[in-house]
Ligand binder design. Structure first.
Ligand SMILES: C[S@@+](CC[C@H](N)C(=O)[O-])C[C@H]1O[C@@H](n2cnc3c(N)ncnc32)[C@H](O)[C@@H]1O
Ligand SMILES: [Zn+2]
Length: 329
């Protein structure tokens, strides 16, 4: 059974109110409804229109199965070994709760189930109802799941219907290059993971040092997604212990990180020794107005003559100037 607190109302003004399950869908206390996809118990928060791309066709999962076979044959890699290796980077433990975004037909679910050692919860989401419903059909009654509860939903990975810090880990492989807003996709995965939890993101992207080679050019000509830049600059300030690897013949990037409470904190008051002096704080927060450059050069020269750093000398001049100003007030 889904935790009644898991799914949240996305309507503006509802402040992420919990959604309660009924026979035809979920509803919030203010009456907003999220219907189940026909013939299922899979809530649909947002979905792509039918047939707009290869993931929203009736045979989407078959196309995707063929595409995966092509990938692993082309790069001569083993799908089980790769997915096992990626899931291991989340360092899951029994009883944990994991989110999979862009889960497609659920190809990662057996590996995440194994990572949870038989106990826990997995929430799989995708914006293509056709894909996730196939995932739901293929995996919902998986006897291997044992004590791992599986939940499926249709939503945009850039607008997730879950509370902050709800998951121990979030996992994504293979679709983020297609997100209209990659930064929001990463921000949302980070938001819903607790402090200390893990996030993993991977997709196509020929390693930069191979882009200009014939190898890279062939791959990119075959599918422009192989030209995707890895989204390192879009990681959140709260990312720590960031690990990057290149998989599948250096044609896929994988970024894993743990989530901290905020940006790193450093001591900004350690004084610099040397000509300039000052500290991170004084250099950033203590900048003065522009002064006559000849005067500036004389001050610097005098600081050197008296053996003081520029900052210490300037501060002594300013202090002396202020002291004499206050005595003449
Ligand atoms: C290549 S498939 C990968 C499926 C699965 N992760 C796997 O490894 O087999 C990419 C998936 O990303 C999904 N996707 C694309 N944009 C999305 C978005 N904004 N939110 C959620 N899923 C999205 C697609 O619908 C598709 O099912
Ligand atoms: Zn609501």
């Amino acid at each position: 059974m889904t935790d009644p607190l898991a799914y949240r109302c996305l309507e503006l003004g509802c402040g992420g109110a919990p959604l309660i399950a009924g026979s035809e869908g979920l509803s919030c206390p203010r009456g907003h409804r999220v219907a189940f996809a026909p013939g299922s118990t899979v809530p649909v928060f947002a979905r792509q229109r039918h047939d707009v791309n290869e993931y929203t066709r009736d045979d989407a999962a078959i196309i995707h199965d063929n595409a995966l076979r092509w990938v692993f044959a082309t790069f001569a890699d083993d799908e089980t070994a790769l997915r096992t290796r990626l899931v291991a980077r989340l360092r899951l433990a029994a009883g944990q709760r994991v989110l999979v975004t862009g889960a497609g037909a659920g190809n990662d679910l057996p590996f995440l189930i194994r990572g949870l050692a038989g106990r826990g919860e997995i929430y799989a989401q995708d914006i293509a109802e056709e894909m996730i419903l196939t995932g739901w059909r293929r995996h919902r009654a998986d006897p291997a799941a044992g004590g791992v509860a599986l939940h499926f939903s249709v939503s945009d990975a850039a607008d997730l219907p879950f509370p902050d810090g709800y998951f121990d880990a979030a996992y994504h492989f293979g679709g983020i290059n297609l997100f209209p807003d990659v930064g929001m996709g990463i921000a949302e995965m980070t938001r819903v993971v607790r402090v200390g939890g893990s996030v993993l993101i991977g997709d196509e992207g020929v390693a930069p040092w191979l882009r200009g080679t014939e190898f890279g050019k062939m791959l990119i000509c075959n599918n422009p997604l192989y030209a995707a830049d890895l989204p390192l600059a879009l990681l959140p300030a709260a990312a720590r212990s960031v690990q990057l690897s290149w998989e599948l013949s250096n044609c896929f990037y994988v970024i894993a990180y743990s989530v901290a409470a905020g940006p790193p904190s450093v001591d900004i008051d350690i004084p610099h020794v040397g000509t300039r002096g000052g500290s991170i704080r004084t250099r950033y927060f203590g900048q003065l107005e522009g002064v006559n450059p000849d005067l500036r050069d004389r001050v610097y020269a005098q600081a050197q003559r008296v053996g003081m750093s520029r900052v210490d000398y300037l501060e002594s001049l300013i202090r002396a100037g202020l002291a004499s100003a206050s005595t003449t007030d």
